[in-house]
Design a protein around this ligand. Structure first.
Ligand SMILES: NC(=O)c1ccc[n+]([C@@H]2O[C@H](COP(=O)([O-])OP(=O)(O)OC[C@H]3O[C@@H](n4cnc5c(N)ncnc54)[C@H](OP(=O)(O)O)[C@@H]3O)[C@@H](O)[C@H]2O)c1
Length: 290
């Protein structure tokens, strides 16, 4: 199916000088179980990526740590040579250990290696957007990001990276990053039920910086809420599209990167996220995370 990006819910947003659809795609779920190794259904993973591009999605979120190095290679196999409008956003700052953990790897030489691996696996000369992933699996952790972020700013000056962002970051780290180099996005955990970044989202909106919620559908344990289910039933759509419609409505600087390994779910999410939420339903959804 080929549709214009204009028909995707939410329209577009500009990351620096790169226009992307606000409705993007998060590729993490395409690797094997626990985001380790190859997917059980390799052809299915390639089909989902091609369907995302075919639907007009121009923002794909990934990381070298997915697989590791599996998801990026799937993206390249499915979509290279990339359509001119497609932009791939990646992350550096964590690697994988044998147990499937995500230990930090933020020393300058580790970041340089990660950028080189992303370039190689994606088949690119420059990466559109690179997020520095901070914190750990439990969430953001306080502390200066100066050394790793300056290393990425240097790679940007060298032309290997077009734009920078931060992920899993505190508001203080977001502010510190901006004293070192411009940022175009912040990627933190946020969804209907986890509203810890409300103030940060509004602050970034005022600065024209995108806020990209990870786990927009709840992540490995998708959102379960009787209110969400009831609202979705009343609006004659599914709970996941309603959760996405709520995010699009929450702030114009929110970009969606929902994950799925299913073409049917991808289509359901794209079709349903454009629904207009009536005031009463919006108020009910707002109360879920408060
Ligand atoms: N910066 C970071 O530290 C960080 C951390 C985590 C994730 N991320 C990024 O954020 C993206 C999104 O996160 P995520 O994929 O982990 O979580 P998510 O988007 O919140 O949820 C994905 C889950 O929702 C299910 N799902 C999707 N659409 C559905 C539908 N219509 N009906 C029922 N279930 C549905 C998927 O299952 P099916 O496969 O069965 O559809 C999958 O299990 C990732 O792909 C990754 O790029 C970043």
């Amino acid at each position: 199916m080929n549709t214009s990006s204009l028909s995707l819910p939410g329209g577009t947003w500009t990351l620096g000088d790169l226009t992307v659809t606000r409705f993007g795609y998060g590729a993490m779920q395409l690797a094997g179980p626990g985001v380790m190794g190859p997917p059980a259904d390799r052809d299915g993973a390639l089909t989902v990526l091609r369907e995302a591009a075919g639907l007009g999605i121009t923002h794909i979120d990934t990381a070298g740590a997915y697989g590791p190095r599996i998801t990026n290679r799937l993206i390249r196999e499915a979509l290279h040579p990339y359509p001119g409008a497609l932009h791939i956003v990646t992350k550096v700052g964590a690697v994988r250990d044998r147990q499937g953990g995500w230990p930090p790897a933020r020393r300058p030489e580790e970041l340089r290696r990660a950028v080189q691996e992303n370039l190689q696996d994606l088949g690119l000369d420059a990466l559109d957007v690179v997020n520095l992933r901070l914190g750990d699996a439990q969430g953001p952790r306080p502390g200066s990001l100066a050394e790793p972020f300056e290393a990425l700013a240097e790679l940007r000056r060298q032309g290997l990276i077009r734009h920078l962002g931060v992920s899993n970051a505190t508001a203080e780290q977001v502010a510190e990053a901006q004293t070192i180099a411009p940022i175009v996005c912040v990627q933190n955990m946020y969804n209907l039920a986890h509203r810890q970044d409300d103030e940060l989202i509004d602050d970034l909106a005022g600065k024209g910086i995108a806020y990209v919620p990870f786990f927009p559908l709840g992540g490995f344990t998708p959102l379960q809420s009787a209110v969400l289910t009831a609202v979705a039933a009343r609006l004659e759509t599914g709970p996941m599209p309603v959760a996405l419609a709520w995010l699009l409505r929450r702030s114009p600087n929110i970009l969606l990167i929902p994950g799925t390994s299913s073409v049917a779910h991808l289509r359901e999410n794209v079709a349903g996220a454009g629904i207009t939420l009536p005031d009463e339903e919006l108020a009910e959804l707002d109360r879920i995370g408060r």
